[in-house]
Write a protein that binds this ligand. Sequence first.
Ligand SMILES: [Zn+2]
Ligand SMILES: [Zn+2]
Length: 250
Amino acid sequence: MKITILGSGTAVPSLERNSSGILIQNQGTNSLIDCGYGTLHQLLRLKITYLDIDRIYFTHNHPDHIYDLVPLLFAGRYPGAPREKVLEIVAGPGFRDFFDGLLKAYQGWLTPRTYAINVIEQDEEIREYDGLNVTTKKVNHLPISRGYRIIDQKGRVAAFSGDTDSCEAMVELGKNADLMVLECAMPDEQKIEGHLSPTPAARLAQKAQCKKLCLTHFYPPCDLAGFRDIVEREYTGELFFAEDLMEFQL
Ligand SMILES: [Zn+2]
Ligand SMILES: [Zn+2]
């Protein structure tokens, strides 16, 4: 599977770092992990349109992880290029209520006319989607938050935290993974609850023994110049700092 970081940024709008979104391409399918604002534009840079997305796995429903779902649904109603294929949405328990509320708030303007949406609430379980084996566990951010472990047909493993603080569940999701994409929202000295910073992120990754670690979701105080030294004190695998449109071929 091929993994592309669409947004390495956060809730704070930035021209350098789009808000959260990751593209997973595998055997002709395009899936997203989160779809924060600007994600659809980032996809266009890869020549992928909103119509090409088969499935979205949401880690949680904060706007910087979810908000481009609104233009995706609205554009899907455009009669010049109506969406026909099913859109599948996978998210933690409680998402269906949130989604119904969103459709209601827009009074029908997001509701599909030419295609179906299949919302799947996945709690802490394993399911298969188009040949990908997907494990979810509750991570330490919001009650709805779920982290993902995705295994492709060749046995390659990728793990995605969304937003999280330190937690055993994320260690398990990232266990021996070929790649773990882990949030690192703030520097150690400004760490806030519900998010990671370099030292706890490095400890989590070392415990998981993931082969490659990609840190992402950097708020403006993050000065990456000092981060590598801090992380490498604890983590001995291969380390990447996400940039928009960075790719991993697993
Ligand atoms: Zn969040
Ligand atoms: Zn976030």
